[in-house]
Design a protein. Structure first.
Length: 573
């Protein structure tokens, strides 16, 4: 009896102690990891929602530009400019007719004012807004920017609006100086806050001079913030926790370089959120983890006792049988299956279960891989809708302002591009056809941006007929124009190289554009989406799927030093 207790003590007590120690360590690690994960998720979630707000603001700016284009390209607008004999009432009726024809979005634009020479006409009543300062009018007439922004102005009812303007193109020779002024309702921008819970705090848009452009609460719009140092960070997005009016507040500030560079608007999105409300789930999880840890400790203690009893039971049975044998000299009669047989059966059942699980995992993996291949192949067969839209828009513009031969050239280039890109549904084309496809694409781009850049193509002769996945180079060349060349104030140059490297083919697309941070280096696959858009990531995924993980895209760039994109594929054996 004493020996049996001693054996149980020597086996059970270390097991219980080790089980409790490991449980406590596991709870601690889970608690720490969960808290860090939740904090990172909160920051990333707010950053993503603020980025969505920039997309909404970009849509407003794009709509303003498209609206301006529809106005100035309409025949009715040109007739308004040409007819100088109209009185004020007739001129306004004519201008309202122009707005009806081009489709003025009254939910976005409260008023549109047209100033040219010494005359002006607007859609709203004259007393709705005050006069526009002469300095801003003159700045508009002389502007070279895509959009000019004045600031926040109130109508007669005190409702805030954002005033934008665009200079009238010099192509209208009848006007010495002119411009269109757009009043955008500030409530349009508030609709972009829907993704951020207003109960957690407030979110607003802050201009470079610390003026509130828009506020989720609708107050203080147009006011200047004098403690704006709270919203200044060396790098953006920025996060900090500050005590404001006795409450801990999480301050998250974000900007968009693309939005700023395109429209020259130094706007920041600022969210001032209650730290306690935002992290209430973290505090609750800490309490739950503590309770869970205590419950698991007690559970572990009692389960350890039960498991230890089952472990020692076969030992006691063996001891009993041995004592019986020593007393009688004959082995005791076996009583059914030994308890250890059940453990073996359990172990065998567990092994069978693991085998089935592994089979299911392998089956699901194959299905997921097949689905991924299908999705990537589908993406390969799609045509970039933005490129199609811009091309058709260019055709319409050329039809309005230029002669028929240029339009014919553009349409033919577009048709050739589609013919090669679709290629009867084939997945592959040869290198020579890929370069020809790029040539048609560049022909279209040069019509859109005349004399904006030149192109040099160098191809090793012995790889011209090598097969390759189609539409690998077009997204890279498009990025070079869109992100590198388009923002230059000089003529750019693009070099396309196709180089034979034995069993591989190396393509290089080099531009002398504006480049980008963080400097010349090789980027990982995960960086491609952040650096230059979804197109590069799609191309990199397609290459790796087709040729293997050692092939793909490498991006080298530095600010004002241009960009070099290297693409490596395997020759078709």
């Amino acid at each position: 009896m004493i020996g049996r207790k001693s054996l149980r003590f020597r086996i059970v007590m270390p097991t219980i102690f080790l089980f409790i120690l490991l449980t406590a360590a596991l709870i601690t690690v889970i608690r720490f990891s969960a808290n860090r994960t939740i904090e990172t998720f909160i920051h990333d979630d707010i950053d993503a929602k603020q980025s969505d707000m920039y997309q909404g603001m970009t849509m407003v700016m794009d709509e303003l530009n498209l609206f301006y284009s529809r106005i100035v390209l309409s025949d009715a607008f040109q007739n308004l400019i040409a007819d100088g004999d109209l009185d004020d009432e007739a001129r306004r009726e004519h201008f309202l007719s122009v707005m009806d024809q081009v489709g003025m979005n009254e939910a976005l634009f409260t008023d549109v004012l047209f100033k040219y020479d010494t005359r002006q006409v607007r859609t709203a009543q004259e007393d709705t807004f005050g006069p526009i300062p002469h300095a801003f009018v003159q700045r508009t007439f002389e502007s070279q920017r895509l959009i000019e922004f004045f600031g926040v102005v109130d109508d007669t009812s005190g409702r805030p609006h954002l005033l934008f303007s665009k200079r009238l193109s010099p192509a209208f020779g009848e006007v010495e100086a002119g411009g269109l002024f757009f009043y955008v309702d500030e409530q349009v921008f508030r609709s972009f806050y829907d993704t951020i819970d207003a109960e957690l705090g407030h979110t607003f848009i802050l201009a470079a001079d610390n003026t509130v452009i828009s506020n989720i609460a609708g107050d203080h719009v147009g006011d200047r913030i004098y403690d704006a140092g709270l919203f200044t960070f060396d790098t953006l997005p920025g996060h900090t926790v500050q005590e404001i009016d006795g409450e801990a507040m999480l301050i998250i500030v974000n900007d968009s370089r693309t939005f700023t560079n395109r429209y020259h608007l130094e706007w920041r999105v600022v969210s001032v959120l209650s730290h306690d409300k935002l992290y209430a789930s973290v505090v609750q999880m800490d309490r739950l983890n503590l309770l869970l840890g205590i419950a698991m400790a007690f559970t572990a203690f009692f389960l350890s006792l039960r498991v230890a009893k089952r472990i020692t039971r076969p030992v006691r049975s063996i001891i009993t049988r041995l004592r019986t044998f020593t007393k009688t000299g004959t082995p005791p009669e076996k009583q059914g299956r030994a308890e250890s047989d059940e453990l073996v059966e359990l172990e065998n059942t567990y092994d069978e279960m693991i085998e089935k699980i592994l089979e299911l995992i392998d089956t699901n993996k194959k299905k997921a891989e097949a689905q991924r291949k299908l999705e990537l192949y589908t993406l390969q067969m799609q045509i970039n809708p933005h490129f199609l839209y811009n091309t058709l828009d260019t055709i319409g513009w050329q039809a309005k302002l230029k002669n028929q031969p240029e339009i014919e050239q553009l349409v033919l280039a577009l048709a050739k591009f589609f013919r090669l890109s679709l290629h009867k549904g084939d997945k592959y084309i040869n290198v020579e056809e890929e370069i020809e496809l790029i040539g048609h694409f560049l022909e279209i781009e040069l019509i859109r941006f005349p004399d904006k850049f030149t192109v040099t193509t160098n191809i090793d002769e012995n790889i011209r007929k090598e097969k390759m996945l189609k539409l690998l180079l077009q997204p890279i060349v498009e990025n070079a124009i869109k992100h590198g060349i388009a923002e230059l104030d000089r003529k750019g140059h693009i070099t396309i190289n196709a180089i034979d490297e034995g069993t591989d083919i190396r393509f290089e697309v080099i531009d002398d554009g504006i480049g980008f941070e963080p400097g010349a280096q090789h980027f990982k696959k995960a960086d491609l989406d952040t650096m230059r858009g979804y197109g590069l990531k799609n191309v990199d995924d397609r290459i790796k799927l087709e040729y293997g993980p050692t092939y793909g895209i490498v991006v080298d760039s530095k600010p004002k030093g241009g960009t070099k994109v290297t693409l490596r594929i395997k020759k078709d054996s």
